[in-house]
Design a protein. Structure first.
Length: 392
């Protein structure tokens, strides 16, 4: 009788734990619209996606399935093809002006691109009209505001330009738009440190960092001071309880990018907050969807809590490591685990005593049959820009 009761209690506890454990970390991707896959049905995408950048039609399909959808916009740089935000008159009040009175030009790579003035009431009105026009029949959770980086890389500086004042004006613009905003500016590292635009958190629900652990350069893996600044940004965003969209820009086919994917994911796990940190990757896949199967690995209950900077996770062996008491794969408990990263240009030893299994990636994205396994092996050395996730 007692054994039967214990088995019943154990089964109930197991079921409760499975129900409580998320099936994946928070993820984001393009879906439908101008940039997203058209080959992954909404009900399939919703099983792996937490967030999606989409259009009004995609929002109407995904939002009822529990996916938080958001609308792309760029009120900070405008070009002629932006029918509502762009004004043909160069003297329009929405444009930032140089001290000679001409419109301030944006990046040289884009013909005709102009900087807007975040203090302009004309800009606010145009941004509202644009958002409303693109939201008909939609159920967007938030508006995405691209390039909220002041005059970074612009050809012209606006007259009297000061970055801090510009950020304050941008924050006020966000407050006035009347919808939750996610800004893109967190890779604007100044002095090899966290971007000053992080102060936009005061008026937004979160921010995005491009080149987050994975970039376009040949090796694809961000390291050195950029890696440290990225980890510290992830920490700061979690402390502020703001969504951090970690957007990796490695365009390698996913089934050829195991090392980069493991490095990105382990780096992400070192300082992530399950409630606010969002992984958005861009590895190429046959389906055009970019969610990777390793996103199903969900560590909870870190042994070391309240980390305030990444240096606190630096080990005597030279690697960075964080252990978790409870780890899950696709919602199934797998015991304790540890994420370990070597962001250096030289190899470092790693002590994985007590850990008998490591995470192994197989194939492509999750919508293309990609999977993960926990193989019974271990490692003693991490190569330059190497990483491992190990389980007891």
């Amino acid at each position: 009788m007692m054994n039967s009761m214990l088995r019943t209690v154990a089964l109930a506890l197991s079921v409760a734990l499975l129900a409580a454990a998320p099936a994946h970390v928070q993820t984001s991707d393009y879906w439908g619209g101008y940039a997203g896959t058209k080959s992954v049905p909404a009900n399939v995408a919703a099983r792996a996606l937490t967030w999606a950048e989409t259009d009004n039609i995609g929002s109407a399909q995904l939002a009822p399935l529990g996916v938080k959808t958001f609308l792309y916009s760029n009120p900070n740089r405008v070009m002629p093809r932006q029918a509502i935000l762009y004004a043909p008159d160069p003297d329009d009040a929405r444009y930032a002006k140089t001290c000679s009175g001409t419109p301030a030009r944006g990046e040289a790579a884009y013909a005709g691109i102009l900087l807007t003035n975040p203090r302009s009431k004309a800009l606010l009105a145009a941004w509202r009209r644009s958002n409303d026009a693109h939201s008909i029949g939609a159920n967007f959770y938030a508006i995405f505001a691209d390039e909220a980086v002041g005059a970074k890389e612009a050809q012209d500086l606006p007259c009297g330009y000061d970055l801090d004042d510009w950020i304050a004006a941008e924050a006020q613009l966000f407050r006035q738009i009347g919808k939750p905003v996610i800004y893109n500016a967190l890779n604007d590292f100044r002095n090899q440190d966290v971007a000053p635009e992080i102060s936009l958190n005061a008026a937004a629900i979160g921010g995005m960092m491009e080149e987050c652990y994975a970039g376009l350069r040949e090796d694809h893996r961000v390291n050195g001071w950029r890696w440290i600044a990225t980890e510290n940004t992830e920490i700061r965003m979690a402390q502020a309880r703001k969504y951090f969209f970690c957007y990796g820009r490695d365009l390698t086919p996913a089934d050829q990018a195991d090392d980069s994917r493991m490095y990105t994911y382990a780096s992400f796990l070192l300082t992530y907050d399950p409630a606010t940190t969002v992984l958005w990757e861009y590895y190429k896949t046959p389906s055009g969807g970019h969610v990777m199967p390793e996103s199903q690995v969900v560590p909870l209950h870190p042994v070391r809590e309240n980390v305030s900077q990444i240096d606190e996770l630096h080990t005597t062996g030279g690697v960075y490591a964080r252990a978790y008491r409870s780890c899950y794969v696709a919602g199934r408990p797998q015991g304790a685990c540890i994420a370990v990263v070597n962001p250096d240009d030289s190899p470092h030893g790693v002590d994985l005593r007590g850990y008998s299994r490591i995470l192994v990636l197989h194939g492509s994205g999750i919508f293309d049959g990609g999977t993960v396994s926990l193989d019974r092996q271990t490692v003693s050395t991490l190569p330059p820009r190497g990483a491992v996730v190990a389980f007891r």
